[in-house]
Design a protein around this ligand. Structure first.
Ligand SMILES: Nc1nc2c(c(=O)[nH]1)N(C=O)[C@@H](CNc1ccc(C(=O)N[C@@H](CCC(=O)O)C(=O)O)cc1)CN2
Ligand SMILES: Nc1ncnc2c1ncn2[C@@H]1O[C@H](COP(=O)(O)OP(=O)(O)OP(=O)(O)O)[C@@H](O)[C@H]1O
Length: 227
């Protein structure tokens, strides 16, 4: 600490030593509060927008995303023996469960995310079409505790909102960011969302980790060239 109360080394150093470390002192508290408030309002607006698509509109979005997913995964080398984490859709998220079942039949090992500890990285557990799910945190159906724990090499991340730099706005728990910060090597990450959930920017904060690509009903809508 220097005499004017600032630290003599930049706040990013700790995160470089341990990528799971996120320094709250690296954030201007006033700006962080403004962004948090804006995100809360955007989450409500985006959830309403998705609601407005109606069941039929959402089903069409889901089917079209599923149609693109196979090709994107094949291009990225996801095949038999790979571990892909999906998600069990909640609150109008695109429903890719039929695609997950198809991938399972094609020999891809499927996992689902589980909140086993609040404010901690997600755990991934094996799912097959025969798995009897149990109610997890936030009532999200999850594989039972005895299902194998896996490390995904590819992860699907449902997005409430997304931007052109591949940043994701989720439900506000920070779970995907914490998980990606802790996973070395980082899996290939694919954000899943309707195209209309696009934002000019999510005002990325130091803890936000961009995804590798965003897949919408129109196909790949954003992509990072360098991982
Ligand atoms: N289908 C699906 N499964 C998923 C996710 C997802 O986005 N979709 N997640 C993706 O990460 C994880 C669960 N994410 C969660 C995110 C927030 C809260 C939660 O309790 N939210 C509080 C607000 C928290 C806050 O603002 O600090 C709430 O709404 O009451 C729970 C789980 C894992 N599984
Ligand atoms: N690596 C991290 N370490 C500590 N806290 C983190 C980390 N990543 C995110 N958080 C905290 O989580 C909170 C929510 O983050 P954010 O608004 O980005 O959520 P989100 O990505 O939309 O949610 P989710 O991933 O659960 O859908 C923030 O207050 C942030 O400080």
């Amino acid at each position: 600490m220097t005499k004017n109360g600032t630290y003599s080394s930049p706040p990013c150093t700790a995160a470089e030593v341990d990528p799971a470390y996120f320094d709250p002192l690296g954030v201007d508290p006033e700006q962080a509060r403004d962004v948090a408030r804006w995100r809360r309002a955007e989450r409500a607006r985006l959830a309403g927008l998705r609601e407005g698509l109606g069941q039929a509109g959402r089903a069409q979005v889901s089917d079209r995303i599923a149609g693109h997913l196979g090709r994107v995964l094949a291009t990225r080398g996801v095949r038999r023996g790979c571990v892909l984490s999906g998600y069990w859709p909640i609150k109008g998220e695109p429903d890719l469960r039929p695609a997950l079942a198809d991938l399972h039949r094609a020999g891809v090992t499927i996992a689902l995310p589980v909140v086993e500890k609040r404010a901690a990285p997600l755990v991934f557990r094996r799912w097959t079409p025969e798995t009897k799910l149990v109610r997890g945190d936030w009532n999200i159906p999850v594989p039972p505790p005895e299902a194998d724990e896996l490390t995904p090499d590819t992860a699907l991340a449902p997005c409430l909102g997304w931007d052109g730099a591949c940043f994701r706005l989720g439900w506000g728990g920070g779970y995907f960011d914490r998980t990606l910060a802790a996973l070395v090597p980082r899996p290939l990450t694919i954000g899943i969302a309707p195209f209309t959930a696009r934002l000019p920017t999510i005002f990325p904060q130091p803890h936000d980790i961009p995804l590798d690509l965003i897949l919408t009903e129109d196909g790949v809508a954003a992509e990072r060239k360098h991982r």
